[in-house]
Design a protein around this ligand. Structure first.
Ligand code: DLZ
Length: 164
């Protein structure tokens, strides 16, 4: 890729993605900015299906906002036997006075979950300056961050399985 060209978020090496057969994946989706997060969720579900995760092994749950993603993901880990959890949200700076607090809260929260539990929790939260930047990353010119999150969870579960 020429230097300076922006990487499309959904570009990935298809051959490097492990099969999702036998995996159970949780997806927690923020309702806030749902025109964006619904597209992220669709991209994630489609990608998991493409790599062989069965429909019944994809659990999708919604939480009110990105700040609630951490607890929703924790409950998913504790009350269902998922192999990994994808967290999807969208926080837009121009429209959110407490942008920084929400972003810091969910970033630290998801980091803590990765440390506490022995499964991957994937950060699929768009933190953009405006709605256009979010649209560009939810099926627009920069791909779909939900696809990238699904590829990431498959790779992390694959890594774990290769080590144990
Ligand atoms: C309150 C709020 C605001 C102003 N903006 C956003 C946003 O851009 N994206 C998002 O996911 N959530 C937002 N929220 C809701 C908070 O995440 C959270 O749901 C509430 O503060 C209640 O805890």
């Amino acid at each position: 890729m020429p230097s300076g060209k922006k990487k499309n978020l959904s570009e990935y090496d298809v051959a490097a993605v492990p099969s999702g057969k036998g995996m159970k994946i949780g997806i927690v989706v923020s309702e806030w900015n749902n025109t964006i997060t619904d597209v992220l969720a669709e991209g994630a579900v489609e990608t998991l299906r493409k790599y062989g995760v069965r429909e019944e092994d994809i659990l999708v749950e919604h939480v009110p906002g990105s700040f609630e993603l951490t607890l929703g993901a924790r409950w998913m880990a504790e009350y269902s036997d998922v192999d990994g959890v994808i967290c999807l949200g969208c926080v837009i700076q121009g429209e959110t006075p407490h942008f920084t607090y929400i972003c810091q809260g969910v970033t630290q929260g998801i980091t803590q979950l990765n440390i506490k539990y022995n499964i991957p929790f994937i950060f699929g939260v768009l933190t953009t300056s405006n709605m256009q930047q979010a649209l560009d990353r939810a099926g627009g010119k920069h791909g779909n961050k939900g696809v990238e999150a699904a590829v990431t969870v498959l790779k992390m579960i694959g890594l774990k399985r290769s080590l144990i």
